[in-house]
Design a protein around this ligand. Sequence first.
Ligand code: ZN
Length: 209
Amino acid sequence: MLAKCQCNNCSQPLAFEATDAGAVLNCPNCGAETLLVSPHIPSGRGEKVADGDFYVWLDQEAEGPLQSQQLLELSREFPEMAWSFAGGPDWIPLSDFQRELEKARLKERAEQKIARRKEWTLRKNQVLELERDIAAKMAGVRSQARLQSAAAGENWLGLYDSGLAADQRRAISAKKEADLLFLEQQKANTDEILAQIDKELTQLEADEP
Ligand SMILES: [Zn+2]
């Protein structure tokens, strides 16, 4: 396994076999003697960079945990000091800290965006399903009214009574209109929710990155 450290004299990054840690050699860059150290990076939560989980490599030891603000300040004064984060893959010069931090933040934002898009799309599909239910209920109300209307007017003797048919059809029609009105209100509500979800999705796509 390869390990990395920096020359004690010129901070040239040096790669070496981890088993050679502790050896002294002449730096290929400046020629000065330097000690090969195997820097220990504290274990963390994997690849994710969490603020407050930062470390700097100081006097052959990992110093921390530190906040990103502290590293930013250190990076101005000691750009060659190495830093890493808990669970991080390597020690990197502080001069790269700002860029690396920005990269990690962009990655995190992109992941959040994907998660939010997924969530809104799921909600949208649920509302669309609700709308299909409402449409099916409306069709059911209409077809039931048609059937009832066609069968209207039969009196207790089994004969057609036009006066009775007219009364029954008025009642059937009134019930149908009331049921449809209720369902149309529900549809208006779901339409509004859909419009809001679409607005959220559009806004999400417009967001950086
Ligand atoms: Zn050197």
